[in-house]
Design a protein around this ligand. Structure first.
Ligand code: PMV
Length: 323
């Protein structure tokens, strides 16, 4: 479904995400599986006398994603915009808050400038995030634009679109949602995707780097196959293997390890999700143990959510009254 044209005021909503398999390895061309989650960021824009974000003109300059979005998608000869952004996605948690903001903002601006295809939105949202972060793959923004489950570099599933940066191209494919409920839980330890990706790049330059990447690829392919086969036990087992590899890369953290241990009795398997070195975990609760897993995570000090796959990706919604 395309992004329809809309008059101002306009609002759009986009989901956060978690990575089920293959974070970091994806930056080096290996497969990744992402789940867009049913926690959303909503961005609304109306014509105004001066540019602002949540009522504050100074805030725009401090917000690299909004600055980028305006540079990419808003002709400065058009009226200034007052933006309002509300979100249920915890920031700096590895749960795709910047991708959700970039996708929702791009969807709103694209709608206000005549609408476009979803593949164009996927490229625009990636350009915004990559421009603001300086590194990274289009996984987060594509999951937020597509909703549901998506795979990169995997060759599995129907092709949604290709996203490019310079000479590099990534194919984004749809993976069927098994309809499961997942647990995501944030340690509260903030992390920086750019720094972590660069540190991993240095680690992978060591002699065992290529073999490690091969293992990441093997686990991600097996994990995607297990999701498609709806084999929960196997997904849990592959989560554990993926976590072991992430530890070897050096991106786990004592708080992540403590949280993984706390939820272990109620889940099929669990791993950190996103860049790591802080941030969040994802777990597949055992059937009937979802709330118990959430409680265990909360008792261990985490901000925990039970989530499902977001049934839709970024979309234009009715603009709230912004009087
Ligand atoms: O920003 P995060 O924590 O969701 O991490 C993104 C996943 C990485 O593979 C580490 C980087 C990337 O852009 O793919």
């Amino acid at each position: 479904m395309a992004i329809p044209a809309s008059e101002l005021p306009v609002a759009a909503r986009a989901p956060g995400k978690c990575i089920l398999f293959g974070e970091h390895a994806v930056v080096h061309g290996r497969p990744e599986l992402l789940l867009a989650i049913d926690l959303y960021t909503q961005v609304a824009a109306r014509a105004a006398e001066r540019l602002s974000l949540n009522g504050d003109a100074e805030e725009v300059g401090r917000h690299p994603y909004l600055t980028r979005a305006l540079a990419e998608l808003w002709d400065p000869s058009r009226p200034p915009l007052a933006f309002t952004s509300v979100s249920r996605v915890p920031p700096s948690a590895g749960l795709g808050s910047s991708a959700a903001f970039s996708s929702a903002t791009a969807a709103a601006l694209i709608a206000a400038t005549g609408g476009s295809e979803r593949s164009h939105l996927a490229q625009a949202a990636f350009d915004i995030e990559r421009g603001a972060q300086g590194v990274g793959s289009p996984g987060d923004t594509s999951a937020s634009v597509a909703g549901g489950l998506v795979a990169l570099n995997a060759g599995t599933g129907s092709l949604l679109w290709e996203v490019a940066h310079g000479d590099r191209r990534w194919q984004v494919r749809r993976v069927t949602d098994p309809g499961w409920v997942w647990l995501v839980a944030h340690t509260g330890v903030p992390r920086n995707t750019g720094e972590t990706v660069r540190a991993v790049g240095r680690r992978l330059a060591e002699p065992d780097g290529p073999a490690l990447l091969d293992r990441f690829e093997e686990v991600a392919r097996a994990g995607i196959a297990a999701v498609l086969a709806e084999d929960r036990t196997e997904v849990g087992r592959r989560f554990q293997e993926n976590q072991e590899l992430l530890r070897t890369l050096g991106v786990s953290h004592p708080k992540l390890e403590a949280l993984l241990e706390a939820v272990a009795p109620s889940v099929e398997g669990a791993k950190l999700t996103g860049a790591g070195a802080g941030g969040s975990i994802v777990a597949l609760p055992r059937p009937g143990h979802e709330v118990e897993a959430q409680r265990r995570a909360a008792r261990a000090g985490a901000l925990a959510f039970i989530v499902r796959a977001s049934p839709s990706g970024a979309r234009v919604v009715e603009a709230p009254s912004m009087a």
